[in-house]
Write a protein that binds this ligand. Structure first.
Ligand code: PRP
Length: 218
């Protein structure tokens, strides 16, 4: 039997993903050692391999078949726009992609005036303004602390993730519009889905059981 390879996004979702896998009997003790610099972990009994990568790289590994299965936020899936199947909503990591800014920017959104949008998600932002709102805007790509942009005058608004809303509140910003809801998702390589259909379907079924049992708890 060949190894099934999993790409898991590092960061906020990683621990929750590991404990979810544990609940369905997929364990990888080695992976829990925080001091380890090892990048890939194997469970010989299950013939499974796991690696952690930067979130935005997960869809890339899965598209090329270097990983059969990935777990990553929907924000990354939408931004990367890869040829992969999104097969399951894990129900945790819930947050929203929003257009945010100072309250004073609200009316700007309703004008035909061009304005600047700072974001870590240029693809999502472009799609939202150009295709959904039919609005021409200037998009400025940043890599983090996006809330700074309207405060220091780099942009009028931002497109960013809002979870609790406290980053916005503490910086005098507010949600102006919601772009879409987000949460952790399972993605699968289309060829793996055909070639390893039985194993992958079984895996998704087990995962789905746990996820529906946990329901609103996430
Ligand atoms: C994310 C996001 C917001 C914040 C939202 O940033 O970009 O800044 O979390 O969370 P809240 O609504 O609960 O305050 P993250 O901390 O991942 O870091 P980044 O700014 O470097 O992207």
């Amino acid at each position: 039997m060949r190894y099934l390879t999993f790409a898991l996004g590092k960061g906020r979702l990683a621990n929750k993903t590991m404990s979810l896998l544990e609940e369905i009997g997929i364990t990888c003790e080695e992976m829990k050692d925080p001091a380890s610099r090892k990048l890939i972990f194997t469970n010989e009994e299950l013939k499974m391999r796991f690696f952690l990568s930067k979130g935005p790289d997960v869809p890339t590994y899965v598209e090329y078949g270097a990983a059969d299965i990935g777990v990553v936020g929907r924000d990354t899936i939408l931004e990367e726009d890869r040829k992969i199947y999104e097969v399951l909503d894990l129900g945790y990591g819930k947050c929203r992609m929003c257009v945010c800014g100072p309250e004073s920017a609200r009316e700007l959104l309703e004008t035909r005036q061009q304005f600047r949008v700072a974001t870590k998600y240029p693809h999502i932002a472009r799609n939202y303004f150009y295709n959904q709102r039919n609005q021409t805007v200037e998009i400025i790509k940043l890599n983090g602390s996006i809330e700074l942009a309207p405060i220091v005058g780099l942009s009028e608004v931002i497109v960013d993730i809002v979870e609790t809303g406290s980053t916005l509140r503490e910086n005098g910003l507010t949600v102006l519009e919601e772009v879409c809801p987000l949460s952790a998702r399972v993605v699968v390589n289309p060829v793996s889905m055909r070639m390893e259909n039985e194993r992958i379907t079984q895996f998704l079924r087990e995962l789905n059981k746990v996820v529906s049992r946990e329901g609103g708890k996430a």
